[in-house]
Design a protein around this ligand. Structure first.
Ligand code: ZN
Length: 302
């Protein structure tokens, strides 16, 4: 009798056929289904802001998009013993992007090195609001951030003048980082073609929040996506301060948004859209999340 292929098939135990089919199914499903979820790691544990409130709010906000899975790595408390820090070893490589909701004590050198490696190998990093206070003495970290909350002599300042031109102020000249009293303010999109900003109104209103000014740093590879006019009447600087920018780090991507002092200012559509799309872009280089409805383009009543 000829030994045909079909005859051969009948000799394969059914269990093996089943196992092969099951193994093939996820691959088949992945072709048609929504893109795989992006694994995000929020780092918190120390912050001069209420990270205990904002981390769960961000987790919920990201969960609602259906685009992310979120883990949280909480550091030991301030001035914790070395033994406590020995247990803080985030496995960065498991994540598409890391969200910095942390500023505080230095991480162990081993963690810093593994984080630098993660970023140069193609990691994603999103700073939001007070995340830019972190690690003024860590050079590679300052390079990732481009600029952040620093003293006037801790780096250059970058603003945009009334004609839309970038103005660089040397270290030691002009204001240190600061902000006036919290108030609602407008966000001006400076690069409408960037995937994160595409489809957003050219100007949209943000809710009551701190308008940071005088950010400082090495300005390495900074690309400004949006600014806010820092009005002297609101305790500001009288110029356009960068609010949103990107920095390339090796094969990795950094996205910074300065919005989000508290839960309301973090989860407002004007801020949520930047954090969510920023995470997606930092992790994949692309944005699929749509622009939320209800972004105010008029100046609301103060
Ligand atoms: Zn704040």
């Amino acid at each position: 009798m000829r030994f045909t292929f079909w005859r051969f098939l009948t000799l394969i135990p059914a269990a093996v056929v089943g196992a092969v089919l099951v193994a093939a199914l996820p691959a088949l499903a992945a072709d048609d289904a929504a893109p795989a979820k992006i694994a995000v790691l929020i780092i918190d544990g120390q912050n001069n802001h209420k990270w205990q409130d904002t981390t769960p709010a961000i987790k919920e906000m990201l969960g609602k998009t259906g685009r992310f899975t979120v883990d949280v790595a909480t550091t030991p408390e301030k001035k914790a013993a070395k033994e406590a820090w020995d247990k803080f070893r985030p496995d960065f490589a498991k994540y598409g992007a890391v969200l910095m909701n942390y500023n505080g004590d230095n991480w162990p050198d081993e963690v810093n090195k593994s984080f630098e490696k993660y970023m140069t190998n193609g990691g994603g990093l999103v700073f939001y609001h007070a995340g830019v206070f972190a690690f003024a003495d860590w050079k590679a970290f300052n390079d990732m951030m481009g600029m952040g909350w620093r003293k006037a002599n801790q780096g250059m300042r970058l603003t945009i003048d009334a004609d839309g031109k970038e103005v660089r102020t040397p270290s030691g000249e002009g204001p240190a980082s600061g902000h006036g009293p919290a108030h609602p303010f407008g966000i001006d999109v400076r690069d409408p073609k960037h995937p994160v900003m595409e489809g957003l109104p050219a100007k949209f209103m943000h809710v009551k929040d701190e308008l940071y000014h005088g950010m400082r740093g090495p300005l390495t590879g900074m690309h400004i996506l949006a600014t806010a006019f820092s009005d002297k009447k609101s305790g500001g600087t009288g110029t356009n301060e960068p609010m949103v920018w990107t920095v390339p780090v090796g094969k990795g991507k950094v996205f910074v948004t300065l919005l989000g002092h508290d839960v309301a200012a973090t989860t407002a559509p004007s801020s949520a859209v930047l954090i969510s799309r920023g995470l997606e872009w930092a992790a994949t280089g692309k944005v699929t999340l749509s622009v939320p409805e209800g972004l105010e383009t008029e100046n609301p009543k103060h």
